[in-house]
Design a protein around this ligand. Sequence first.
Ligand code: PLP
Length: 463
Amino acid sequence: MVLQSGKARRAERRGGSNPLVGGTNPAYAAELTLPHHRLADEPVPADTALQLVRDELMLDGNARLNLATFVTTWMEPQARELMAECADKNMIDKDEYPQTAELERRCVNILAELWHAPDPEAIIGCSTTGSSEACMLAGMALKRRWSKLGRAGKPNLVMGTNVQVCWEKFCEYWEVEPRLVPMEGDRFHLSAEQAVARCDENTIGVVAILGSTFDGSYEPVAEIAAALDELAERTGLDIPVHVDGASGAMIAPFLDPDLEWDFRLPRVASINTSGHKYGLVYPGVGWVIWRDKAALPSELVFNVNYLGGDMPTFALNFSRPGAEVAAQYYTFVRLGRDGFRAVQQASRDVATDLADRIGRLGPFQLLTRGDQLPVFAFTTKPDVTSFDVFDVSRRLRERGWLVPAYTFPDNRTDLAVLRVVCRNGFTHDLADLLIEDLTRLLPELERQPGPSHDPETSTAFHH
Ligand SMILES: *Cc1c(COP(=O)(O)O)cnc(C)c1O
């Protein structure tokens, strides 16, 4: 056992270091110290290790009260069971686990159909560890497609300043100039006009987000595509669109079937989603699909041996667990179209209802209403001077709620908001409790002489 000398002395004073004395729990009686910087010399029993690591993790938040994250925090016990059974399967080993590979293929087909791929035979797609990897792959395909045009100059990518950080990473890692369209007034995401204005012969693509993480709003994908069609007609510049549907690509097919944002628009070359957001699977699984082989230059695709044949793969990672893919297929089997529609509609109902009630509390002003992604952002009204959104976030935290407050990017750094993400498992009952807590703490906040929190020092996790 690994005893620190001080603790060893204390143990000695108590009459020895036998962890089993008096029937006390060995994990605590032994006063084990967990390794922080170097491996301990000796092993500990499995039960002891489990208890000690579990105890550390008590300090993590309660996922169900976390209204900050988009990532799935609840799955059915049957899904957990399936995931545990598949924990040892390696996604890359298509030969050893051909049926996991088959489930991945079925998931790709199902998504391609949901996203209206005109020719299901032509699509090419794969699972990833999440949307970030999916976006890297989609961005690489855009860049390679552009570089084959043989243009001189540095490639650029046009997108709203509200993109998720993965796009800034993509540009940095792959040496692409990010052309970020700033927010302006009440426009919090990309517009067609602003996107086209920044395109030139070195633009590898335009990223449209179906569901902005800042406020849950859908970007006008069809308008952006139409404006790029018009640009192509006028100038010959044929610039593809990638839709970052991390959240919305699993919402819109079920709740907004008439909204054209996907492969119905010929200009949309590729789409990604996070299986672990509204795909309802625990982290980490994402998906990316290209319309056809022309959208994904073939030299990016590597072939792995699969049952003696060749299987195309395109990924940044090599080995990764098969459990998430099995779980994604489980959600498809389990819910079907009607089930998905019901689950997503429930989240949207909770979001719109909660947004509405928060709007009626008095001091708050809604930026969005939860009727696109089941996500909404709100701020304080201009006449509220005694507190700010950071105070609200901090006080809700005291009750266990995680509702992030953050400042908007250029040109709206004057605007700070709170954001609520409603997910499967966040019920009307929990929403009632949140409203009760908010209602209870408002009088106290209103008695403050002014905001007690320095927004400069605040940090917020939004993704
Ligand atoms: C969450 C998110 C990402 C990153 O997705 P991960 O699955 O967490 O890697 C990218 N883009 C958007 C719009 C997102 O919401």
